[in-house]
Design a protein around this ligand. Structure first.
Ligand SMILES: *Cc1c(COP(=O)(O)O)cnc(C)c1O
Length: 385
């Protein structure tokens, strides 16, 4: 039934397939019996394979079993869910927090819960697909502003008469690795809220790639204090090396979300063992700032070397480092070349991005030698221009 469409994808180099590991996640992975240096994971701190997470989840499994059996609103949750929520609220400096089953389900659940018919959403054009889908599921009018363009945002927002306005942004953009101008966006929202009778402009921040990367997160990075109108979403699936997501904010926002977000209400709770792993990861992130320092040292070295070789890293400011490769064909060729050199660095193509690229993520788990191997392979590659 889909054969014609599939042929189209293949012809245009847009067909995707899945490569399954036969090893744990980490800086080295085994695929098809061969070992690769892995530059494709978002496991920024190397926690996905950390003994503390494994131990904590095993202990939780022994006490609570594996599956959770139903949604949180029935009896699917455990005291570990509650403990993680309490600890995340403390970590984020907010009144309250709520666990979601994934970042994707958080965005597709929370955004429609916050924005209804008559409300207006303002969303950065490079926001994550789950935000795009959250906007589609809400009944609010959605304006897309130009990437990080606060003048464009302010212009759109000032023209809007809607009762409730919601600004949505990734703090670290997942495919470009640049950082949102949160100070400016915060100021725009603050001014609007200060001049209205009650705060009616919400700021929703997706901190998936910032939690445990930009220190604790983007708000701390920019020294922005929590406000009742700021809603912070983050994931346990990236720097935490675990699974699931959270939303942190005022008690009202969290209570409203747990009463109305459909992806929360109508989905089975995550297993307690996953909560235990996230709690262990949170403790490590709070105690071991060394890990974050190491991540940034690796990142800075990689960027320095790539720039020296003349590669265009497309404005990256974080451990997400895209390399401009021009055509889709060239992108696939480059990825294949690296694969042959024992380096796993995925080709990112439309519709994920407009401009094809190789996307490298550097982690604290990479050794100097891993990075040197990547650089050596790229220095011998006929330069991409
Ligand atoms: C990865 C990601 C998500 C989705 O999180 P999952 O836990 O993988 O579902 C949401 N937003 C952004 C910006 C992301 O990078």
């Amino acid at each position: 039934m889909f054969s014609k469409s599939l042929v189209f994808l293949k012809k245009n180099n847009l067909f995707r397939d899945i490569k399954n590991r036969n090893s744990s996640q980490g800086s080295r992975i085994i695929i098809g019996g061969k070992e690769y240096i892995n530059f494709s994971s978002n496991d920024y701190l190397g926690l996905a394979n950390h003994p503390a997470l494994i131990r904590a989840s095993l202990q939780a499994m022994e006490k609570f079993g594996f599956g959770s059996g139903s949604s949180r609103l029935l009896a699917g949750g455990s005291i570990l869910h509650e403990e993680l929520e309490r600890k995340i609220a403390k970590f984020a400096g907010t009144e309250s927090a709520l666990i979601f089953n994934s970042g994707y389900s958080a965005n597709t659940g929370i955004i429609p819960a916050l924005a209804d018919k008559g409300d207006v959403i303002f969303s950065d054009e490079l926001n994550h697909a789950s935000i795009v889908d959250g906007c589609r599921l809400s009944r609010a009018n959605t304006y897309i502003y130009k990437h990080k363009d606060t003048a464009n945002l302010e212009n759109l927002i000032r023209k809007t008469k809607a009762k409730r306005k919601i600004v949505l942004t990734d703090s670290v953009f997942s495919m470009d690795g640049d950082i949102a101008p949160l100070k400016e966006i915060y100021s725009i929202c603050l001014t609007l809220n200060a001049t209205s009778y009650t705060p009616n402009t919400l700021l929703y921040i997706d901190d998936a790639h910032a939690t445990g990367v930009l220190g604790k997160g983007s708000l701390e990075h920019f020294k922005i204090k929590p406000e009742p109108w700021i809603i912070r979403m983050g994931t346990f699936s990236k720097a935490f090396g675990s699974f699931g997501a959270f939303v942190a904010g005022s008690r009202d926002v969290i209570d409203w979300t747990l009463n109305t977000a459909r992806s929360f209400m109508f989905s089975t709770a995550l297993p307690p063992s996953v909560m235990a792993a996230s709690i262990a990861a949170l403790e490590l992130i709070e105690k071991k700032s060394m890990l974050i320092k190491k991540l940034w040292a690796r990142r800075d070295k990689t960027v320095r070397e790539l720039t020296k070789l003349g590669y265009d890293i497309m404005g990256s400011e974080t451990p997400i480092i895209p390399i401009r490769t021009g055509s889709i064909e060239n992108t696939l060729k480059t990825s294949l070349y690296l694969l042959k050199k024992g380096i796993f660095a995925p080709a990112i193509r439309p519709p994920t991005v407009k401009e094809p690229r190789i996307r490298i993520t550097v982690t604290a788990a990479h050794s100097d030698e891993d990075i040197e191997k990547l650089i050596k392979a790229l220095s011998r590659y006929e330069r991409i221009r």
